[in-house]
Design a binder for this molecule. Sequence first.
Ligand code: SF4
Length: 355
Amino acid sequence: MNKPSIYGLTINQLTAWLLDRGHKKFRATQVWDWLYRKRVTSFAGMTDVNKECIELLEEHYVLQTLNEHILQESSDGTIKFLFRLIDGNLIETVLMKQKYGLSVCVTTQVGCNLGCSFCASGLLTKSRDLSCGEIVEQIMNVQHYLDRARNNDLVSHVVVMGIGEPFDNFNNLVNFLQVIKDQKGLAIGARHITVSTSGLDDKIIEFADLNLQVNLAVSLHAPNNELRSRIMKINRAIPIERLMKAIDYYLVKTNRRITLAYILLKGVNDRKEHALELAELLADKLHLAKVNLIPYNSVDELSQYQRSEHESVMAFYDTLKKQNVNCTVRLEHGTDIDAACGQLRSKQMKEDQFV
Ligand code: SF4
């Protein structure tokens, strides 16, 4: 059987595991420091950890379960990593150079079952959830890549917006957040982390109750049930009214703002009447909600959807602004590489079938 990744343990789990095996508490702190601050690539490299502890770690865990398969670099500095997992599956991770720091977008599942009709990832149904270790390792692989360049660059922001629905892999997601937030480890600030969900209402409530202080983004993409059900299957099970109730709960419970993502699809959801309807839907939470308008990245297999014209995007933005909706247009990254989420993976899988 394959050994699990050491990165799947939170500091509390690592401490408990070592204590159970007769080691002192400070060993866990030492190991944690080697993993996340000194960032070794082998257990043997933990030079001040005693031999028994190293052997124990080697016997039960590995430091790498992801293998870098393809790396695409965009002219704007965006880097897309395609990793092969131990079972042969492929996942994508993206490093984006932002004005405010280095942001990594991670994947939480192999494929996705939610089947949003505009999404390349949804074309490939979910084969399994990623373990916490596999999600943390995406960050560590990117950080090791940055370490090799010796510029002292650190991953400063994380967005959980890659392939998969993070709330459909809830426990691993929460452990992942605890690992990357840990002050003695990567210490990525809660305010620098954003989790994006398609709108699983019961999980939004559970997430609010955990009070992790990270940012939440909800994919809305349509202002009414008829349209949202057409483009997002999940809306047939969890209609907008239920979603809004969960959002209201989140806003009260966490006292934090929320982002609503809205992908603009030409002629589908990008007309003035849609913007007005969206403003009406958000009328009771204008001070706590921000709409992030996202220009669509076309996908060959989904030719029914095209990117909205720039004029339509700006007209939509202006209409929302006039209705006092807090609103931004997302900056684009990596448009000269396979920019849409899941696109690189799906292309590679097709190529794999022909080798
Ligand atoms: S948009 Fe997100 S939730 Fe929808 S199919 Fe794609 S990965 Fe899944």
